[in-house]
Design a binder for this molecule. Structure first.
Ligand SMILES: Nc1ncnc2c1ncn2[C@@H]1O[C@H](COP(=O)(O)OP(=O)(O)O)[C@@H](O)[C@H]1O
Ligand SMILES: [Mg+2]
Length: 362
């Protein structure tokens, strides 16, 4: 075997790897931008259509691994992803510029919805996507507490400057009613006020252009889902629940509600799935187990993954350091797997159908 791989041999490997969005071989649509090889180096540049940094990273890793395995004599393998950088569209009539909008809901409070929504946003931002997080739980805003942000936002030219969360490689804009209402103060929201508060936070916040906007929804009631479905084209909703029967029943109702207002279901997450005792390593299924996976299957919704009960997850939340769940090797794989499955499914459905048209704002 000659030391320098031929361009044909490298193309053959790329032909066996699918585009994460279209599912077609990378070689099928002229996505291989360049292939350069000599006796010590292979450098490949591939164009991708998806806007997901997670999928760029995963595809880059997959190509690198395949090339390294096929050509072990080559010291340096470098893969560059050249995304098609289309700017985000203004969505709906509120002027939010985003490529995908992901709502995270549940039927029941206390199942960890805000923790999962916040972690999904942080996971996407850490991978390199421009991500914003909107806490639409105006009754019980908990995102400020979970990420350690507080204080009234600045107003600039009539627009709200969101608080910025440091996620390592970038700053993520976060907006919540918790920044507007003093902590501990009860606000009685009526339907129209709720609608107004959410549309205002969407419309008047200086989000900047986003790849993803993640929305933490209040539990239960369809009001907010209806408002959101009218305000902007949602890519879809993720439903969080625990394996307990009552939570599953409420999640089933939440799913029916999303379907009623035509919000596509992106998948189900099972939180508090099990507990592994740190002392004995024995596993306890505190709320039962596998219920969400079964329910997802019955309702024909993707299952995105599970998160066990871990004391550090609660501690990080209470310390305003939810991002630390990604630094902890015991919890990181669960959150990363959920982000990867979610984004993979989203990319596949985005390629299959155009975004939903938005209805006029009421
Ligand atoms: N997997 C988990 N392990 C341990 N504690 C968790 C887990 N998920 C959530 N929590 C904790 O449970 C509480 C409720 O979570 P939260 O995300 O606010 O729920 P929700 O938004 O559904 O009301 C928080 O204190 C949070 O830190
Ligand atoms: Mg919450």
């Amino acid at each position: 075997m000659s030391a320098t791989p031929t361009a044909a041999a490298i193309h053959a490997i790329l032909a066996d790897i699918a585009d994460p969005e279209t599912g077609r071989p990378l070689t099928a649509m002229g996505q291989v931008v360049s292939v350069v090889a000599d006796a010590s180096t292979i450098a490949v540049t591939v164009g991708l259509t998806t806007h997901s940094a997670l999928l760029w990273n995963a595809t880059r890793a997959r190509i690198e691994e395949r090339l390294r395995t096929a050509f072990p004599q080559i010291a340096k393998v470098s893969v560059t992803i050249a995304p098609h950088d289309r700017p985000p569209l203004k969505l709906g009539q509120l002027g939010v510029e985003a490529k995908s909008v992901i709502a995270v809901g549940s039927g029941k409070g206390g199942v960890g919805k805000s923790t999962i929504a916040t972690s999904i946003a942080i996971g996407l931002a850490r991978a390199g996507s421009r991500t914003g997080l909107l806490d639409a739980d105006v009754y019980g805003p908990s995102v400020p507490h979970l990420v350690g942000l507080s204080g009234r936002p600045q107003i600039e030219n009539g627009k709200i400057v969101p608080q910025m969360l440091d996620v390592g490689r970038s700053q993520m804009p976060v907006m919540s009613m918790g920044f507007m209402v003093p902590p501990g103060e009860a606000v009685v929201w009526r339907g129209p006020m709720l609608h107004g508060a959410i549309t205002q936070m969407l419309r008047d916040t200086l989000w900047g252009p986003l790849d993803y906007l993640v929305i933490d929804m209040p539990p239960g009631t369809g009001d907010v889902a209806l408002t959101l479905s009218q305000a902007l084209p949602l890519s879809g909703a993720v439903v969080v629940c625990t394996p307990q029967d009552v939570a599953l029943l409420d999640a089933t109702k939440a799913i029916a509600m999303f379907r009623k207002v035509n919000i596509p279901l992106l998948g189900m997450v099972e939180n508090m799935s099990f507990f592994v005792c740190p002392d004995t390593q024995k596993r306890y299924d505190i709320f039962g187990t596998g219920g969400a996976r079964r329910t997802a299957q019955e309702l024909d919704i993707p299952f995105l993954g599970e998160v066990p009960i871990q004391i550090p997850i609660r501690e990080h939340g209470d310390a305003g350091r939810t991002a630390a769940n990604f630094d902890d090797p015991a919890s990181r794989p669960y959150f990363e797997a959920i982000c990867e499955r979610l984004i993979g499914n989203l990319a596949a459905t985005a390629a299959a159908k155009p975004p939903m048209p938005s209805l006029p704002v009421l």
